[in-house]
Design a protein around this ligand. Structure first.
Ligand SMILES: Cc1cc2nc3c(=O)[nH]c(=O)nc-3n(C[C@H](O)[C@H](O)[C@H](O)COP(=O)(O)OP(=O)(O)OC[C@H]3O[C@@H](n4cnc5c(N)ncnc54)[C@H](O)[C@@H]3O)c2cc1C
Length: 435
């Protein structure tokens, strides 16, 4: 197939793979990137919010030509029961800055753009090519890959595994375990198309401005999960994800909960009259710090979702993917510039650098993410949202009941539902899990 040897082979052309390939190629390394999809982005699913700071560190002038949808000026956090939502909204004109901080994107378009940058930087990018196996030498060092194309093996000093959450290649090669059902969420998402001006009117936006809604509550039917609605230029991304282990134990179907979300009285008017053109389902790694596998070895490093680098609590993934891809590339370049071999010992530099970054520092806060997400899910995703709604309605409904009686009724409802000790224990459990 390809006779020459490369400095690096990157498996996957998602956020992490593109970041790694671009960084190395733009510094003169000979890079081959292999992607199983028909084109970069064809297999990828994201909400999607893209965090500018992390891309700026790779391509500082990305705003000149990247396909960006809207910059975010407003975020709504909703706690929902079946008929209402209680929300915190944050909106600021400060987000209308010269270089906005967060954008909505559509991955199919964005990944194509990122891949074009990778090619312009000098890397060779081959799509419709699935890496089936890692090639090792007699000392068990990874020295290349085998693909599903005729012609067999391709060799490189180092292989960057950026193959996404399922990480079949790495697990088959025994580099890490398959992600466990309680460490991954299954998210389903639809794209609802509406005219630009309708979206702006419905969300109170000016041209180019965007708004996102993140929602928890009875919409996930007591499973640990989160719904989202993101405004793009001419579409709305609407989706919901819950832990795979919860879907299994509750015998729930993702399509049914997405349907319920679409028909919720707080969501329905926002997507009314839209045309649904796309539907997608994808896994999200949500295991937290304890789920991070070995990140480097003899001749290989692993980045992005394949390394479980995803912060489910803050809904961040693409930025951890881009940063780990960039840092892995920087470590490889340092090893190469010192004329050292790509051994496990030398590639440990990747972990050293990653440990110093926000990626690991943030994830260390969520050592056991499943424990946090499972901390009494029935209460946090059903009972408390219902109680919050009752409390808000009781507070707002003016019906001649003295305020003191309303306050007593609200307190009594919380205690009846959970008891004093139940409430205290939920707070303590949450605090412990959150450490
Ligand atoms: C519904 C949903 C919403 C999300 N929303 C957000 C959000 O709003 N903001 C955010 O920051 N993150 C979000 N994320 C997370 C984000 O999408 C991921 O963290 C990010 O895409 C990870 O990038 P990656 O490069 O590691 O993996 P991916 O983007 O999954 O890329 C992996 C690539 O590797 C390719 N590949 C796999 N195996 C092989 C093989 N053997 N050979 C060749 N190619 C291979 C795949 O085709 C794919 O292109 C969301 C995820 C989902 C599912």
């Amino acid at each position: 197939m390809i006779e020459e040897k490369f400095d690096a082979i990157v498996v996957g052309a998602g956020m992490s793979g593109n970041a790694a390939a671009y960084t190395m190629a733009s510094h003169g390394l000979k890079v081959l990137q292999l992607e199983r999809g028909e084109y970069p982005g064809s297999k990828n699913v994201q909400g999607a919010i893209m965090y500018a700071n992390m891309l700026e560190k790779i391509i500082p002038d990305f705003r000149d030509d990247a396909p960006l949808e809207r910059h975010l000026v407003e975020q709504r956090l909703w706690v929902m029961d079946d008929t209402s939502h209680t929300g915190i909204h944050y909106r600021s004109d400060d987000f209308n800055e010269a270089k906005p901080n967060r954008y909505t994107i559509i991955r199919a378009q964005f990944d194509k753009w990122f891949s074009r940058k990778v090619r312009e930087a000098g890397a060779t990018v081959l799509c419709e090519t699935t890496v089936t196996e890692l090639v090792r030498d007699a000392k068990d060092k990874v020295v290349g890959v085998r693909t599903d194309r005729v012609g067999g093996e391709i060799f490189a000093d180092v292989v960057v595994l950026a193959e996404g959450v399922s990480g079949l290649l790495g697990t088959r090669a025994g580099l890490r375990e398959m992600p466990r059902p309680k460490s991954v969420a299954l998210a389903v998402k639809e794209m609802h198309f509406l005219p630009e001006e309708v979206i702006e009117q419905r969300f109170g936006l000016k041209a180019g401005e965007g708004c996102v809604i993140e929602a928890v509550g009875t919409i996930s039917r007591s499973m640990a999960g989160l719904g989202f609605l993101y405004t793009n230029k001419e579409s709305i991304s609407l989706g919901i994800g819950c832990l795979v282990s919860d879907f299994a134990s509750m015998m729930e179907s993702p399509y049914i909960i997405l349907d319920a979300l679409k028909n919720h009285p707080s969501i329905r008017p926002l997507i009314a009259g839209s045309e649904v053109k796309e539907y997608a389902a994808h896994l999200i790694p949500e295991g937290g710090y304890n789920a991070i596998p070995q990140l480097f070895g003899n001749g290989w490093v692993v980045v992005g979702d394949a390394a479980q680098l995803n912060n489910a609590v803050h809904r961040e993934g693409s930025n951890l993917a881009m940063t780990s891809g960039r840092i892995a590339a920087e470590a490889i370049m340092q090893v190469k510039s010192r004329k050292r071999p790509m051994t496990k010992q030398n590639l440990a530099l990747y972990k050293t650098l990653l440990d110093k970054s926000f990626v690991i520092k943030d994830l260390k806060k969520y050592k056991d993410m499943p424990a946090l997400l499972h901390t009494n899910s029935q209460n946090f995703f059903t009972t408390y949202p219902q109680l919050m709604s009752q409390a808000a309605q009781n507070f707002m409904r003016v019906d001649g009941t003295p305020k003191i009686d309303k306050e007593k009724a609200t307190t009594a409802a919380f205690i009846k539902a959970r008891s004093r000790w139940g409430l205290v224990s939920d707070v303590v459990r949450l605090a412990f899990a959150w450490r």
